[in-house]
Design a binder for this molecule. Structure first.
Ligand SMILES: [Zn+2]
Ligand SMILES: [Zn+2]
Length: 128
């Protein structure tokens, strides 16, 4: 599997670069191409040049197609490139862009492709 690390954060809905137990973990979610017109990437609605970050939906700037936030995010994949904090190998994995609770902290869970241990991307940068 060869993942493409995004060139810019503008391409992403989510981007995270952090170290877990001294291991570097890079994770991102690409913005989704509009399934209706396939001409543009969907994002939070933009009103008068300002992104409505708290909006409960994602919309296509080209055709106006809108998807509810939850439904939209559940259809996306989170991609991660990491050095596994468990086995120390470099790997790449994809995961669902849905937060799960890991030791009481909402996290995206990436599974190491080598040792299959969980690598949690916690919501806050605090350690668990
Ligand atoms: Zn569209
Ligand atoms: Zn591992």
């Amino acid at each position: 599997m060869a993942l493409k690390i995004p060139d810019s954060m503008d391409e992403c809905l989510y981007f995270s670069n952090r170290s877990i137990a001294d291991c570097q973990v890079l994770a991102w979610v690409y913005r989704k191409t509009c399934p209706k017109c396939k001409k543009a990437k969907m994002g939070k609605p933009v009103v008068k040049g300002k992104v409505k970050t708290r909006a409960k939906e994602y919309t296509c700037p080209e055709c106006g197609y809108t998807e509810e936030k939850k439904e939209h995010e559940e259809s996306l994949d989170l991609e991660a490139s990491y050095t596994c904090p468990h086995c120390g190998k470099k790997g790449e994995s994809t995961a669902k862009y849905v937060r799960k609770t890991y030791k009481g902290v909402p996290s995206f869970i990436v599974e190491c492709q080598h040792c299959h241990e969980k690598i949690p991307l916690t919501k806050k940068l605090k350690g668990i």
